[in-house]
Design a protein around this ligand. Sequence first.
Ligand SMILES: NC(=O)c1ccc[n+]([C@@H]2O[C@H](COP(=O)([O-])OP(=O)(O)OC[C@H]3O[C@@H](n4cnc5c(N)ncnc54)[C@H](OP(=O)(O)O)[C@@H]3O)[C@@H](O)[C@H]2O)c1
Length: 331
Amino acid sequence: MTYLPAESRYDNMEYRRSGHSGLKLPAVTLGLWYNFGGVDSLENARSMIHRAFDLGITYFDLANNYGPPPGSAEESFGQILAQDLAPYRDELIISTKAGYYMWPGPYGEWGSRKYLVASLDQSLERMGLDYVDIFYSHRPDPDTPMEETMGALDYIVRSGRALYVGISTYDPEQTRDAARILRNLGTPCLIHQPRYNMFDRWIEDGVLDVLKEEGIGCIGFSPLCQGILTDKYLQDIPEDSRADRLEGEFHWGDSVTQERIAKVRKLNELAQARGQSMAQMAMAWVLRHPGMTSALFGASRVAHVEEAVAALDNLEFSAEELQRIDEILAE
Ligand SMILES: NC(=O)c1ccc[n+]([C@@H]2O[C@H](COP(=O)([O-])OP(=O)(O)OC[C@H]3O[C@@H](n4cnc5c(N)ncnc54)[C@H](OP(=O)(O)O)[C@@H]3O)[C@@H](O)[C@H]2O)c1
């Protein structure tokens, strides 16, 4: 059946300008790191993407290695794009990244020009696209000169492979360097993609200040701490949750500890008093920061997409609420 997007899709979504650029992004963005790969149901992936677009989510975030297996999220997305979303390409922001391991040998990861350009060409082929809207350096490379990595991003824009470029997980000093080099090349850095949630506030210590000074947007990933900042784990670890599927091998040392869950229980009470679910309050908390362009969440079912978007119904926090959240997190 032909997919027809909801006519109401732009009625309720908020769009925020990314730094000093001309590009506005939806306040919530859907990421395809998990649940959109070759091992997952294509029909479920399709339903989540349709629902997201129907609700005004115009931005879909990918990377070369998303799957599993690596590359397969781009393939699935490309299939859904070709079958359902091709007529709406100009209403979509699609990003991909390169930085992590993709193929053997010295040119299959990190930040050389050789790797970044080859990887993006592979990504474009997998997605069936002529260009992406945003291409990211997925992680800083300690062994490649910053000038080379940023020069590759500039070349990627000039060669028509991407419209904008961004960086991900760069620290404050690296962010400042990257911004300066890109500015001098004439391809300004559009956005930074760092991890940001109630349990991981590292960007409050420098990165957000640099972004403000440089006029660069910020899209915080894993606002739900991979599901921990929801009501999912309040009783136990349910079957088919990410924690169950990855058997405790959460990225960056995330884990469902009793200490964390005790805090989430208290945060959940506060969320309920605000008339929100825990997930919604976690999304709203990320978006409370004036430097935040978008909250980049993940989903395993359509209801997660709906819940994330509904967080926008209440983004206001009183000073008392913010203080209470800080107290709970500090306990
Ligand atoms: N640049 C980088 O280095 C980097 C790194 C990581 C991620 N990212 C980007 O950020 C995106 C989001 O990351 P993430 O998936 O970790 O984000 P997240 O939003 O913190 O976690 C998403 C997971 O939380 C669970 N969830 C979502 N909504 C829920 C709800 N309402 N109730 C209960 N559980 C809910 C689901 O897990 P279940 O499967 O358990 O249902 C979902 O897969 C990625 O897709 C990717 O685009 C970027």
